[in-house]
Write a protein that binds this ligand. Structure first.
Ligand code: BG6
Ligand code: BG6
Ligand code: GLC
Ligand code: GLC
Length: 917
């Protein structure tokens, strides 16, 4: 009895001695909770660094955006292929996700070897090999004839700018393939796949194994927002708030960040904790100086760490009686699976003995106990370090959510975690101790990262199909060169119709004579009043023109509002309102008594019988006052002045805004013989040879023709390029069926086209979460200035989003991108159409003057031309392409049409006076 006790005592003592000996030898590897809390704090700082724009380039922990934005929500479905490369095993999988009420995932997979020639070869060989394995898998499963979306789990650090692309930052673990670093791995894969004519896959997603794991676990537990790998390598990902990710635009929602925590310490921040063994491991690795945290933790290195320690202890005579075998001196002879076996609860000691003997050693009982304890210290340190970093992530998640307690799930995978008998328990325990305010569930990923990659691919697949729908809609706004040539030719034909006697009356492009027969010559002078009605603003102006050497124009003006009920009330009300504004202006300027000559810019189609007579043909744009169409607007103005009976004016000229603009610019540049408005409405005037204007008797000289090209297409001649949205805009307008070209090209309608497209996209669930808001239903929300803002290149996405919010459209950043694209497609088409139309006009002028080459200036005005960032550029380009024999200068009218109207009035007045005398 006594002997038994003695033996037990002896044995316990012996064990204690061994443990103490090892503890003393490896005291540096023991990490107290204080140290771990310190590591945790350091890692928190590293995360912040990696996320910040300025600090990111030099940050050791890269915090890579993954473009995975949500955990699976169960609505994923379809058949997918997945590749899983970079862990201990390379796998090809087919994943079937169905959504038949209950979630259901079926997987078939096959492992393929990754020989050293591949992991240490060159890039082409690697991707060819991967493609060959995929082809083989499809062959065996008999699925070669079908097209599949594919998710690529690639367990290395990649810089992603989209889900389906990733540039390898550096190889880690046991891979070192030449010519892959700093290249996009998905395009290499695609390239290799193209060699297999019978394989048709679409690589839609590139995911890190941590992300795959998080998604795999997230499919079963929606709370899962962290993915951890403790396998060949070690790493973690988690869901970060978009607003904290500087590298990706946008601030709503979350995105998964691949921390690449394996590189923690690469900047020296863990040097105080690294031991001589860690330094030795690093020096002997294929990536010295890199992945220093990983090298203290993961499966690829644990066995070797143990071997180096044993070797040193033996050398010091602390083990094996100082005897060292050749195997013990050989790199990688102890693997992680051996460490796991030696630490097994019951058979651990026996395993240790066998393993050591296999290494050619003859261990004593004491040796085995000591070696087992070495393993424990090494693997315990590994779990401790992982726990500290994970605790930092959990704390960050909790703080992001501003919670006192966080309840969350960590999806976890990797051979070390799965096969080491003590590892999970130790890890969980330390994490819970370090972050007592987090309730963590550790969920082992049963089916690897492949399933998660398929989930990510499923979401990507849905996005791709949505993108296709958007592209199709936008494609209907694209005009080919042939389309534009056709527009130019048709416009040219319509111009001729309008000029011909037999067709003039029914022509859609009205070609209205303006009785303006020349551009100003600098001799104009005097004081004039001008009215400017029909654009964005209604203005009354006083214009003082000086001629001769001190030639100048001075203007004073006041903008007045015309309320909607007046624009669309009775004619009398409209003209009374105008006269009311004039009265206020005269009062304001203190010139009520003076009977000044007045030029009336009236930006609507008028049939003129002289310079001071103009019968309104029909209202366009936003005006619809009754009893005006067919009436002479000068008479209506005179009558309103009479009705008011307060002052008198000498109305000398009625002028279209295009004509006013041409004159304004013509005053500076005599070569300006075309006036173009791209504003609320769209129109052009130009100087035409009298002999071509068949409805005029005179055949000498020139006269300005107001084309009223806005009506182009009213006979259906451009219906083939009109979209259903154009038709909707037309139907909802004040003048359905009229001004079809204007409705595709001018400021008043572009926003409406955009709105119709957005409504359609929303109906299809492609925008605004499928919700058509009250504002989206509101006509006219997208004024030209908003379109112009949205399309500005200087604007960040967030600013676009803010503009949309201002308009009452609660959009995500993805929505904002789409809205911007829609605006771009619509305004580009408008600029191209105007360009084709203008080309027809300059070509006509060139032919009129029988010139090989024509040099001409176009005077331009209008909010669309002036405010929109791209309109004028595209317009100019199109004119150049469509009328290569014309050298067209665009001259922006700085002073509006009012100045031109005053100049016309001055000329008319002079001629009138000459006539009277
Ligand atoms: C697996 C994944 O489940 O875990 C792999 O599918 C991943 O892609 C692996 O790399 C990590 O473990 P190990 O031990 O194989 O590196
Ligand atoms: C202005 C003219 O400069 O341009 C207006 O003075 C004209 O009369 C206008 O109608 C066109 O632009 P918008 O964008 O105001 O319709
Ligand atoms: C390495 C890789 C990382 C991967 C991890 C686990 O650390 O760099 O991307 O997630 O191993 O496999
Ligand atoms: C409308 C009018 C036209 C005007 C143009 C630009 O098209 O009908 O007269 O020139 O708008 O304001």
């Amino acid at each position: 009895m006594f002997a038994v006790h003695l033996l037990a005592f002896y044995f316990t003592k012996l064990k204690e001695d061994q443990i103490k000996k090892v503890d003393r030898f490896l005291y540096h590897m023991h990490l107290s909770d204080d140290v771990l809390l310190d590591v945790m704090t350091r890692f928190q700082a590293e995360m912040v660094k990696g996320l910040e724009r300025d600090a990111h380039p030099t940050a050791a922990v890269k915090m890579l955006p993954t473009f995975v934005r949500s955990i699976p929500d169960g609505s994923e479905k379809g058949d997918f292929l997945a590749l899983d490369l970079g862990g201990s095993k390379f796998r090809v999988l087919k994943v079937k996700v169905s959504e038949d009420g209950k979630q259901n995932v079926q997987m078939e997979s096959q492992f393929y070897p990754t020989p050293k020639e591949i992991t240490l070869g060159n890039g082409t060989e690697l991707f060819d090999y991967v493609a060959d394995c995929l082809a083989d898998f499809m062959e065996t499963k008999n699925i070669k004839h079908k097209k599949f979306p594919l998710g690529f789990t690639f367990s290395f650090p990649c810089i992603q700018t989209k889900l389906e692309e990733g540039v390898l930052l550096s190889w880690t673990k046991y891979f070192k393939v030449r010519g892959v670093q700093e290249t996009d791995v998905t395009s290499s894969l695609r390239h290799a796949l193209r060699k297999h004519k019978d394989v048709d896959v679409d690589v839609l997603a590139l995911v890190n194994d941590t992300v795959g794991t998080m998604m795999t676990c997230g499919y079963d537990d929606q709370r899962c927002e962290v993915g951890v790998i403790i396998g060949t390598g070690t790493n973690a990902c988690y869901m970060e708030e978009m607003s904290n990710i500087d590298l990706v635009e946008g601030d709503e929602g979350r995105m998964c960040i691949n921390t690449e925590w394996g590189a923690f310490g690469d900047d020296g921040s863990l040097d105080d904790l690294r031991t001589e063994f860690d330094r030795e491991i690093d020096l002997g690795s294929i990536n010295p100086g890199k992945q220093l945290f990983e090298k203290m933790i993961s499966g690829l290195y644990l066995g070797e760490l143990v071997r180096l320690i044993l070797l040193k202890m033996a050398k010091k005579g602390l083990l094996f009686n100082g005897k060292i075998s050749a195997a013990l001196r050989t790199k990688d002879k102890i693997e992680t699976k051996h460490v796991a076996a030696m630490e097994k609860h019951k058979e651990g000691l026996q395993n240790t003995k066998e393993i050591l003997m296999e290494l050619g050693l003859t261990p004593s009982e004491e040796d085995c106990i000591a070696v087992q304890h070495v393993c424990t210290i090494v693997s315990f340190r590994s779990a401790n370090l992982c726990a500290a970093a994970l605790a930092a992530i959990l704390t960050r998640l909790r703080e992001n959510k501003k919670l006192i307690r966080l309840r969350t799930t960590v999806g976890i995978d990797g051979t070390l975690y799965k096969t080491h008998p003590q590892y999970p328990k130790r890890l969980h325990k330390v994490v819970r101790r370090l972050v007592p305010n987090c309730d963590v569930r550790f969920l082992l990923s049963e089916s690897g990262s492949g399933k998660g990659a398929a989930m990510v691919t499923a979401v990507a697949c849905r996005l791709v199909s949505q993108r296709k729908q958007i592209d199709e809609i936008l494609a209907s706004f694209e005009l080919s060169k042939e389309n534009l040539i056709e527009v130019k030719n048709k416009m040219r034909g319509e111009l001729e119709y309008g000029l011909k006697k037999e067709t003039h009356a029914t022509a859609t492009v009205k070609m209205l004579p303006t009785y303006v027969c020349g551009t100003p010559d600098g001799t104009e002078k005097g004081k004039f009043l001008a009215l400017d009605l029909g654009g964005t603003n209604f203005r009354v102006l006083l214009v003082k023109i000086r001629s001769g050497r001190r030639k100048s124009v001075r203007m004073y003006n006041k903008i007045f509002a015309i309320p909607l009920e007046i624009m669309q009330g009775t004619g009398e009300e409209l003209f009374d309102h105008i006269v009311q504004c004039i009265a206020e202006f005269l009062e304001y300027m203190g010139i009520k008594g003076a009977r000044l000559p007045l030029g009336f810019t009236f930006s609507f189609p008028c049939r003129q019988a002289s310079i001071d007579k103009g019968a309104l043909v029909e209202w366009t744009k936003g005006f619809k006052a009754t009893d005006c169409e067919g009436e002479d607007v000068v008479d209506m103005l005179r009558e309103a002045i009479k009705r008011r009976n307060e002052f008198d004016l000498d109305i000398v000229a009625v002028v279209n805004d295009t004509v006013g603009t041409m004159m304004t610019c013509g005053y500076e540049d005599p070569n300006c013989e075309i006036g173009f408005i791209a504003g609320t409405g769209s129109n052009v005037c130009y100087m035409e040879e009298m002999k071509n204007i068949e409805i005029m008797e005179v055949t000498e000289g020139k006269m300005c023709i107001n084309t009223e090209w806005g009506g182009f297409g009213d006979n259906g001649c451009i219906d083939s390029i009109r979209t259903k949205y154009d038709k909707e805009v037309d139907e909802g307008s004040l003048n359905p069926g009229k001004q079809r070209y204007e409705k595709m090209t001018s400021g008043m309608y572009l926003g409406e086209i955009v709105r119709q497209i957005l409504i359609d996209l929303t109906k299809h669930g492609l925008l605004f979460r499928g919700q058509i808001s009250e504002s989206l239903r509101t006509r006219g929300i997208f004024e030209t200035k908003f379109l112009s803002h949205i399309e500005s290149d200087r604007l960040a996405l967030l600013q676009v989003r803010r503009i949309l919010q201002q308009l009452g459209l609660d959009s995500t950043c993805d929505d904002s991108i789409i809205v911007k694209e829609v605006c771009g497609a619509v305004s580009k088409r408008a600029a191209q159409l105007c360009g084709a139309g203008l080309a027809a006009i300059v070509e006509k002028k060139r032919e009129n003057s029988n010139l090989e080459h024509l040099k001409i200036t176009v005077g331009v005005d209008g909010t669309l031309y002036k405010l929109h960032p791209h309109f004028s550029g595209i317009l100019r380009e199109t004119v150049k392409e469509m009328a290569p024999q014309c050298d067209v200068t665009f001259m922006l009218s700085e002073d509006g049409s009012g100045k031109g109207a005053a100049l016309i009035t001055a000329v008319a007045k002079r001629l009138h006076n000459v006539g009277e005398n």
